[in-house]
Design a binder for this molecule. Structure first.
Ligand code: NAD
Length: 421
């Protein structure tokens, strides 16, 4: 397959390797593979902003739209220092398989800015968010490409995106972005959707492996939107959270951590660091402590060939995108005692409720939280069952089963539509 040279790096290589495995399994002819895998469009923009001290800094931003076969593209925007076009492309491709697996009428997209948002003041963050969206205007729209939050962005950033786009259109276009605050056209339940979805699927996996959730133990890496909500939701189902970490610190206590207090501390200070001098732990070691449920909910490539043989859990629930490398996957394949809930299934709650937000915005008809959560669980249940069936019938790993449903759906849609002109 001849991939364009602008996409490179370890995360893109990972997405490609996963795709090739599934394409072999689905017997996709070589000449059709590039058509399915290589992103349709990519945009790189420079975003200059005036800093608080009067100087000017230029930040590099990207947006990649993977395919347009099933509808508009959809995907988050990441603000992180190491963002590059290869990583963004991989995340866009994974979004395509994720949306197709969940039955959503979208192709995948992803965007990002190479910036540590913690290094900006609130005014600088607003200026950068608005400048990025302003640069994106010819490229996005409610029926073209719909943005959402990801690592380093939140409801406030989405509100600035929506406001900037709307000011240029001369009218409010709330549906150009999802993950907005409820008071700016967002939906109830979106902020919590990804973490709640992780918790729902952990419950289903626990039933499958006959693990009693009440009294089970969990470790969560990443204590942002996804990790903290997953931890709080699982705790309310009786799970004891014994370890958490973020970019600043890790805490571990076999007796159980006070998740509410940790969450309040992060809300107040922005990070776990400084919560307590007791229970501090080596973040690297956290992932290999014995527990029933291990939830990576931060960055890519944290479960590698180095630690995959050492992790000690019954369920590996991938809240993050791409936390497990293909080398680690090969090791996990020989460890059937670990039930892997692959990222494109495990963290799909976010895009599913983003879809609900988009639908509600287009119709200007808003649902209550019970309806949002009920529809979320039903959508995840369908995907969980489809993956389980494919694992059974085709003797695949859960990851390959999930990916093959996603890839197959896009492939069939492309074949039916044909090649234009
Ligand atoms: P967030 O910015 O709210 O939180 C990220 C967390 O990860 C923070 O606690 C941060 O400190 C921590 N972190 C960063 N680098 C780390 C490291 N090296 N080790 C340990 N912790 C580290 O982001 P989020 O929205 O919770 O996203 C987390 C993951 O979930 C990402 O992979 C994202 O792509 C994925 N995801 C998010 C959503 C969503 O709706 N927000 C949906 C699907 C998938």
């Amino acid at each position: 397959m001849n991939a364009s040279s602008i996409y490179s790096g370890p995360v893109f290589a990972m997405a490609r390797r996963q795709f090739e495995t599934v394409a072999d399994h689905l017997d996709i002819p070589t000449d059709e593979r590039s058509r399915i895998f290589i992103p349709k469009r990519a945009l790189a923009v420079s975003c200059p902003i005036t800093r608080d001290d009067g100087s000017i800094t230029v930040f590099q931003g990207y947006r990649v739209q993977h395919h347009l076969t099933l509808g508009p593209t959809k995907g988050g925007t990441r603000f992180a220092s190491n963002v590059d076009v290869g990583e963004v492309a991989a995340l866009a491709i994974w979004m395509s398989w994720k949306c197709a697996l969940a039955g959503l009428p979208y192709g995948g997209a992803k965007g990002g800015i190479a910036v540590d948002p913690r290094s900006l003041s609130r005014r600088e963050l607003e200026a950068l968010s608005r400048r990025y969206m302003q640069e994106m205007i010819p490229f996005v729209g409610p029926h073209t490409d719909v943005m959402a939050p990801d690592m380093g962005t939140n409801e406030q950033v989405m509100a600035w995106f929506m406001d900037t786009y709307s000011m240029y259109q001369g009218q409010t276009v709330a549906e150009v972005v999802t993950g907005k605050p409820v008071e700016s056209g967002g939906t109830v339940g979106r902020r919590e959707a990804t973490g709640r979805g992780v918790a729902y699927l952990v419950k289903r996996a626990a039933e499958t492996v006959k693990l009693e959730l009440s009294g089970a133990t969990a470790i969560v890496q990443g204590f942002g939107n996804v990790g903290s909500v997953a931890a709080l939701t699982l705790q309310s189902a009786g799970v004891k959270i014994i370890g958490v970490s973020d970019h600043s610190a890790a805490y571990f206590d076999r007796g159980g951590l006070n998740i509410e207090a940790l969450e309040q501390h992060v809300r107040r200070t922005g990070a776990l660091e400084g919560y307590s001098t007791e229970g501090l732990f080596d973040p690297e070691d956290l992932l290999v402590q014995s527990c029933d449920i291990l939830i990576p909910a931060a960055v890519e490539r944290v479960i590698t060939e180095k630690n995959a043989g050492k992790i000690q859990c019954r369920i590996l629930a991938e809240g993050a995108n791409g936390p497990t490398t293909p080398e680690a996957d090969a090791i996990l394949k020989d460890r059937p005692e670990i039930f892997v809930i692959p990222d494109i299934l495990c963290n799909a709650g976010g895009v599913i409720v983003s879809y609900f937000e988009w639908v509600q915005g287009l119709q200007q008809l808003f649902w209550d939280e019970a309806e949002v959560n009920d529809r979320l669980n039903r959508t995840l249940e369908k995907s969980f069952q489809a993956v389980s069936r494919r694992v059974e019938m085709r003797k695949l790993t859960t990851r390959d089963a999930a990916l093959s449903i996603g890839v197959d759906t896009v492939l069939r849609a492309k074949r039916t539509r044909g090649l234009f002109p």
